[in-house]
Each structure stands twice: as C-alpha cells, then as structure tokens.
Design a protein around this ligand. Structure first.
Ligand code: NAP
Ligand code: GCO
Length: 264
C-alpha cells in the first residue's frame, strides 16, 4: 500500500464548505480518506455537502463554531458515534481583518485570535485523547506567510498565525511520544474569497496594486490556487510524514526565499 494512501482514515477539516479547506478535504478524499467537515452555519454546511457530492465525495457535514469548546467537544463525540474516531484533523477555519492596528478595536483583535488561534487549540484538544487511545494521529494547522512575516493592517492575523506556528511545535513536542504528528501547512497567497479584495480589478481595468506586488514577490510569478495545497496536505496526513513533526511546510511559490523582482 502506498505511503500516501488514506483509505480507512477519517479526516475532520474545519471551515471546509469552500476555499482552501474544501480543496484539502477533497484531496484527502481522493486519497481514500472519509471526510468530515464543519462550518459556521447550516446554509454553508448544506452548500458544502452539495459541492462535495458534485465531486463524487460523500462528506459528513456539521454546524459547529471552532471557538465554542462545548460545540466542538459535542461535535467530536457525535463524529465518533456516527462516523468513527478522527485520525486526521486539519485546523483550517480562519478569518482575517485588514485594519490598521491603531484603528483596530480590542474586540476585533480578539475575534481574529479567537478563531485563528483559540479555535485550533480547542479542536486539537478535543481530538488528542482519542488519538492517544488509538496510538496515532495527524494534526495539520493551516498557517500563513504571516506566521513568518508582518505587513500593514494584519496585526491580529499575524499574531494568530505566528502563535499557531508555535502551537504546532508545542503539540508536536507534547504528543510526539504517542505517535501523533502535528505540522503546519503555510500557504502563500492563494486565490480564494478571503483574498478576493486584494485581487480586485481597478476602475481603470488594471490589476490591484497588491496583486501586482504579490506577482513581483513570488518567484512562481502567480497566485497560488487551493489545489496547489492538496499534495502537501496528503503528505502531512499520511504515513509518508510519520517522522515529520513540528514542521511548517510552506507552499508559497517561493515567496519566503525571494527578495522580490525589481520594479520596472
Ligand atoms: P475563506 O475562504 O474565508 O474560508 C474560511 C472558512 O472558515 C469559511 O468557510 C468560514 O466560514 C469558516 N469559518 C470562519 N470562522 C469560523 C468559525 N468560527 N468556525 C467554523 N468555521 C469558520 O478562507 P480561505 O482563504 O479558504 O482560508 C482558509 C484558511 O487558510 C484560513 O485559516 C486562512 O487564514 C488560511 N490561509 C489562507 C490563505 C489565502 O491566501 N487564501 C493563505 C494562507 C493561509 P464563513 O464563510 O462563515 O466565514
Ligand atoms: C493578506 C492576505 C494574507 C493571506 C495569507 C498569506 O491580507 O496579507 O490575506 O494574509 O491570507 O495568509 O499567507
């Protein structure tokens, strides 16, 4: 059996009705995993189930807010009863607020930290006991370029994703002895609804200045698409990465390696 085969494995991908989470879940399914996902409301879950079905995937969808510990604990129990013990957790659910820090309220800052950092803590804490009992588990935290770099207007997001990198290393450290591997997946700039405002065509028909900036900063000279993340996610979810732990695998087209193209 291939080291990348996920047959017999159950994967929970949070916030996976669309976007990166959807692509990763669909990719894990194509490698044999049974897909379970949650999202913030029934409408999104229903749309997600329909999208998976259109792709030939029978996904199990549940409404649960990753910031709500009672909901997540109940979700994990329901999944274990209805589907089975979770082998793979992908902490994907996340938001961003692009606001200059001196204009950002503490409540806005806390909301981003709550979803992007507390959420992965709550979800990981909920699945680890059964992974320990089972004698194996994979936790994949969706990090970011902002796990390594800052930029204007994303202070809360960078703080959360920087913290998520260290939470990844700490889970790897604390639970490696139980054959649980926890790694990060760090997408570069990916064309999803979350980054749509950064790619809007300008009134004069030109590309958004940030769009042009990212093209100049990326050796691959393109935005990533969610499908670019599938192979790396299957690797981190499979036996092939059983001795990879506490690592953040950046899938960024080379941004972190590159000073950027000289402006013309
Ligand atoms: P997205 O299109 O905004 O999708 C995020 C998903 O998470 C949505 O379905 C969203 O539901 C859900 N969600 C939000 N809050 C939630 C909560 N409290 N509980 C459960 N689900 C919740 O984002 P994306 O671009 O696919 O990004 C997915 C992940 O990748 C995020 O962690 C993001 O930070 C990270 N990332 C994205 C990029 C990029 O360039 N796109 C790059 C690096 C990392 P709603 O529709 O209700 O918001
Ligand atoms: C931004 C973008 C980034 C991407 C991603 C990069 O405003 O700079 O939204 O934060 O979402 O996290 O890896």
């Amino acid at each position: 059996m291939s080291q990348f085969d996920l047959n017999g494995k159950i994967a929970l991908v949070t916030g996976a009705s669309y976007g990166i989470g959807y692509a990763i879940a669909a990719g894990l399914a194509k490698s044999g995993a049974t897909i379970v996902f949650n999202d913030i409301n029934q409408d999104l879950v229903d749309k997600g189930i329909a999208a998976y079905a259109a792709d030939g995937i029978k996904a199990h969808g549940y409404v649960a807010d990753v910031t709500n510990e009672d909901q997540i604990n109940a979700l994990v129990k329901q999944i274990e009863a209805e589907v089975g013990v979770i082998d793979i957790l992908v902490n994907n659910a996340g938001i961003i607020k692009r606001i200059p820090m001196h204009e950002m309220s503490a409540a806005e800052f806390r909301q981003v930290i709550d979803i992007d950092l507390n959420g992965p803590f709550i979800c990981s804490k909920a699945v680890i006991p059964s992974m320990i009992k089972k004698g194996s588990g994979k936790i994949i935290n969706i990090c970011s370029m902002m796990s390594e770099l800052g930029r204007e207007t994303v202070s809360a997001y960078a703080a959360a994703k920087g913290g998520l990198k260290m939470l990844t290393k700490n889970i790897a450290s604390e639970y490696g002895e139980y054959n649980i591997q926890c790694n990060g997946l760090g997408p570069g700039y990916i064309a999803t609804p979350q980054t749509a405002p950064l790619r809007e065509i300008q009134a004069d028909g030109s590309r958004h200045p940030f769009d042009q900036f990212i093209i100049a900063k990326t050796p691959a000279a393109r935005w990533g698409n969610a499908e670019d993340l599938v192979g790396p996610a299957v690797f981190l979810a499979s036996k092939a990465s059983d001795f990879v732990n506490g690592h953040v695998l950046y899938v960024d087209g080379g941004i972190l390696a590159y000073i950027g193209k000289q402006p013309k």
